[in-house]
Design a protein around this ligand. Structure first.
Ligand code: HDE
Length: 693
């Protein structure tokens, strides 16, 4: 679906950004003072070989500016990638619950900027590490900016924000040697976990495939906390926000992610960028779970507890509208690095709940921007400023870019004609929630169950997902040096599910528990399983075609014609760049040299026919390894006619019952087989074969 661009746009962010855009033109190079210089390659010296002169203002300014190019990276979510897009509600049904116009007026299209991120790693860390992904959206609405600062997992590690520094110190590289980078597999994190059982539900998500998404376009987003919607009558309804990817939720293989971290550390970032450039725009549906205030107590958990979900089977996610990301930023630093999200940026019709994690975040985001972006005027940066006018009495500060006119910077005033005036209607009004109680430091009893929903998550997984979770726990705890910590975690897992605890214990060499610490309640939520997500699309998928001279071009042409129109990216890989001679004497342009890529950055591999092609590729270790590795990672592996020989060389038997193994003698059969296998994402059943590679 594409959103109509001809819509009403009172808040047009792109027009607003025009004022800040600086395009290269044919004008001369100047200093920051606008002075043209005659040489920017040689500093001013005494004689050709003499000392440099302090009066060389161009040299000094150039170096000084360079020295100050870096700003502190985000303390968490340092590595990210951003994109602009548009959001539009489908219809007006949500108006019954909120006065936020951008959510209920289908004639309004709202510009957005989204930043996806990993949490623990530094700015330069690899994309495909096991981690939570940030999914932060800034809506430039006509009522001001609304930021939905979410993650790709619906719960969090802790219940109270005061624990956040402890948690982050535990998960970040250890302080004595700053090892490991962007990894949760180390002692301090798991020590924290074993002493803080409220982490258990989130740890199940973190050990699941949700932590290694194939693409930012193939993961969900969650607001996590319970928020409020407030309607025109002032009635409040509790709400959980969800982003549902149109392509479904799909993940990488763990072995693959580790290899990608070396072969292409920018894997997810590149995927986002390339697909937007190719017109394969990532799309998400915004959905809401609504709970009337007077029904808040009907659950067996507390709505204010951010370690809990509302199962979709209990409260369905109702679709609100669609977001399309259709434009890459023009300058990473100016936009993606300087964007400043804040959970406290809400518009009329959206309000907060008393979730203690949410309340802490309300303090943290503004505070962190002040240091990261160097003062209170970061809201004037092009990517941050709203697309509607800002008028108030805030003045001065570092990097003030506005020239405020007039004498009165206070309210009330007569000297500026009383301006700016206070809105009489449509302004933000805090929901007048009734609260009373004693000041106290105590976790609510209703937050006490730390295992029930971890069990729900486990019970909801398919067999292959369970297998991945067990392997992930074994991997992570296997890296933990202190046996006592491994043991402590297994004891908690024994409250989640006995079988899970036993399997993990076996892997990490600790005594397996004899009986469950808490009996499994047996409940599940099928919506949590990736086995029940959407399948069938090849949009954004990368298909490698291995080729050499003598390749039968009919299969190559058919793949290109058949699949690129549906959004797949088909690339011809060969031992060298340039052009190949096809079997019928034609020329085929090579997209990439085999040595510069690897199977792990593709979703499928196809070996076309042609006897000479098959002979050459069978003798090429890189090509054979490519096929074997793709097969190991449960991907679609396909051969056309003589191309079979290369699969055989990779040790693949054809008599297996394997829908992702496609062998065809006709080009049409090859294309339809590849389409189906790629649309199914992976054949995880292959894992039980323990394929080497
Ligand atoms: Fe954040 N978080 N967070 N967080 N968070 C930041 O703000 C914080 C939490 C999330 O792409 C910081 O600008 C506290 C939950 C995202 O720029 C900081 C607590 C969720 C991003 C901060 C949490 C998030 C951040 C660091 C516990 C999911 C990246 C830099 C009370 C709902 C936004 C910055 C971007 C970033 C604090 C917990 C999501 C330090 C104190 C829960 C997506 O302010």
């Amino acid at each position: 679906m594409s959103i109509d661009r001809q819509s009403r746009r009172e808040a047009d962010k792109h027009r607003d950004l025009d004022a800040a855009r600086v395009a290269p033109d044919d004008a001369n190079l100047t200093t920051d003072q606008g002075i043209e210089v005659d040489d920017t390659d040689n500093s001013l010296t005494v004689g050709e070989r003499g000392p440099t002169l302090l009066e060389d203002f161009h040299f000094r300014e150039k170096i000084t500016h360079f020295d100050h190019e870096r700003i502190p990276e985000r303390v968490v979510h340092a590595r990210g990638a951003g994109a602009y897009g548009r959001f539009r509600p489908y219809d007006g049904w949500l108006a019954e619950y909120t006065v936020a116009r951008f959510l209920c007026d289908p004639s309004v299209e709202t510009d957005v900027f989204v930043r996806f991120s990993t949490v623990a790693g530094s700015r330069g860390s690899a994309d495909t590490v096991r981690d939570v992904r940030g999914f932060a959206t800034k809506f430039y609405t006509e009522q001001g900016n609304f930021d939905l600062v979410g993650n790709n997992m619906p719960v969090f590690f802790i219940q109270d924000g005061i624990k956040f520094p402890d948690f982050v110190h535990a998960v970040k590289p250890e302080p004595h040697n700053e090892i490991p980078q962007a990894q949760s597999a180390h002692d301090t994190l798991w020590d924290f976990v074993q002493l803080q059982p409220e982490t258990m539900h989130m740890m199940m998500w973190l050990m699941s495939d949700r932590a290694i998404p194939r693409s930012f376009a193939m993961m969900e987003g969650f607001g996590v906390h319970t928020f409020r919607l407030v309607n025109a009558a002032g009635r409040s309804t509790f709400v959980k926000f969800h982003w549902k990817p149109v392509l479904g939720i799909h993940s990488l293989d763990w072995d693959e992610t580790q290899k990608i971290a070396g072969k292409d550390p920018d894997f997810n970032r590149r995927d986002l960028w390339d697909n937007i450039e190719a017109g394969n725009f990532p799309e998400y549906e915004l959905g809401v779970q609504l709970v009337p205030e007077d029904e808040a107590d009907r659950f067996d958990f507390d709505l204010l507890d951010p370690t809990k979900i509302i199962p979709e089977e209990e409260v369905p996610v109702r679709p609100v509208g669609r977001m399309v990301l259709d434009r890459n930023p023009e300058n990473f630093f100016a936009e993606t690095e300087q964007v400043a999200f804040h959970i406290g940026n809400v518009v009329p019709g959206i309000d907060f709940s008393d979730d203690p994690l949410l309340q802490a975040r309300l303090f943290s985001y503004l505070d962190t921007q002040l240091i990261r972006l160097g003062g209170p005027n970061f809201t004037q940066l092009p990517v941050n400023r709203p697309a509607v006018p800002v008028r108030n009495h805030h003045r001065d500060g570092y990097h003030q870019t506005a020239i405020h006119q007039g004498r009165a910077a206070y309210h009330k005033n007569t000297l500026s004609g009383g301006c700016p005036a206070i809105a009489t209607e449509g302004a933000f009004t805090h929901f007048p929630e009734r609260v009373e109680g004693r000041k106290i430091r105590k976790r609510a009893e209703s937050f006490a169950d730390h295992y029930g929903q971890a069990t729900l998550f486990w019970n909801s997984m398919s067999d292959w997902e369970k297998g991945h979770i067990v392997s992930a726990f074994r991997f992570e705890l296997g890296k933990v040096e202190h046996k006592e910590i491994r043991k402590g975690v297994v004891e908690h897992l024994n409250h989640v599910d006995h079988d899970l605890a036993v399997q993990v214990a076996k892997g990490v060499g600790v005594q397996a528990p004899e009986s469950p610490a808490t009996p499994n309640h047996g409940r599940s939520s099928p919506a949590l399983s990736q086995a029940n997500t959407k399948f069938g699309s090849v949009k954004g998928r990368k298909i490698a075609v291995l080729a050499a001279d003598g390749v039968d071009s009919s299969a190559v042409a058919a793949l290109g014609e058949g699949l690129t129109g549906e959004g797949a990216i088909v690339e011809i890989l060969a031992a060298h760049d340039g052009v190949l001679q096809s079997a019928n004497g034609g020329r085929i342009e090579v997209t990439r040299q085999l040595k510069t890529v690897a199977s792990v950055v593709y979703d499928a591999v196809v070996v076309p026919g042609g006897p000479e092609n098959a002979r050459t590729l069978s003798m090429d270790g890189d090509a054979v390894h490519f096929v074997a590795e793709a097969f190991k990672h449960c991907k679609a592996v396909a051969a056309h006619a003589e191309g079979r020989a290369v699969l055989e060389r990779a040790g693949i038997a054809f008599d297996r019952d394997d829908p992702a193994l496609v062998v065809a003698d006709d080009a049409a059969g090859l294309v339809s087989g590849v389409r189906e296998a790629v649309g199914a994402h992976r054949n995880w059943a292959r894992e039980t074969d323990h394929i080497p590679a």
